[in-house]
Design a binder for this molecule. Structure first.
Ligand SMILES: CCCCCc1ccc(-c2ccc(S(=O)(=O)CCO)cc2)cc1CCc1ccccn1
Length: 200
């Protein structure tokens, strides 16, 4: 996994854009996005999650979430309200190749859940998960197995922590949590799919 960060501050708060690139053998982009988007799986892999509610089902590929994350000392507890959209993208570079898949999470508002009312500070985020499946067909024309596929995952995020938190604390949290989060999530997808038919 390669991680890239740019140190940026808005109103004195660290909002460092992050890009992580990780290639995982044995899974497809559709499978990665399916488990990242699906609310039914989130408590299994999102370890900092305390509470998750689907506020709105806009369509089968677009949901509105309200999430409360566990407090990370010494900062106040955070929550986040965002729409989440999953879609397949045509492979512009190789029309015969597997499609790309993406999930975009973008902060939004909801009249019934105004920010900073209770104990939580509302954070604001933009997240893009872009997945490119690679197929290396077996030489002898044998049926395709999970040994012949891999997925290049690009995860980009910008998180505004909402209320003030020391930049040193935020950067320490992100540096510790993002690699854990991405490795745990991708290991979860490998484990969930290993005995299932390949979902392209
Ligand atoms: C003082 C700490 C303030 C930051 C707390 C924080 C902020 C944002 C988030 C977070 C991270 C990923 C997403 S997502 O990619 O949309 C997936 C769906 O859950 C949404 C929210 C989490 C956490 C808690 C700490 C933390 C930081 C990174 C990674 C994981 N955990």
């Amino acid at each position: 996994m390669r991680m890239y960060r740019r140190e940026e501050e808005v109103d004195g708060m660290a909002v460092d854009p992050l890009k992580a690139v990780h290639t995982v053998p044995g899974i497809t982009g559709h499978e990665v996005c399916h488990y990242f988007f699906g609310p039914q799986y989130r408590y299994d892999w999102e370890t900092t999650l305390e509470q998750m509610t689907v506020l709105e089902t806009v369509s089968d590929d677009t949901l509105v979430f309200l999430q409360t994350h566990k407090r990370i000392w010494p900062a106040s507890q955070r929550d986040v309200l965002f729409w989440s959209h999953m879609r397949k993208l045509p492979n512009e570079n190789d029309r015969d190749g597997p499609d790309l898949w993406t999930v975009v999470n973008n902060s939004t508002t909801h009249l019934d859940y105004p920010p900073n009312v209770g104990k939580c500070v509302r954070i604001y985020l933009k997240v893009c998960l872009l997945c490119q499946t690679r197929v290396d067909p077996p030489k002898d024309g044998a049926p395709l197995t999970r040994d012949n596929i891999s997925c290049k995952i690009t995860y980009c995020s910008v998180v505004n922590p909402g209320g003030w938190a020391p930049a040193s604390v935020l950067r320490a949290v992100y540096k510790r949590e993002y690699p854990k989060f991405l490795k745990r999530f991708t290991a979860y997808v490998v484990n969930q799919t290993k005995n299932k038919p390949i979902m392209f």
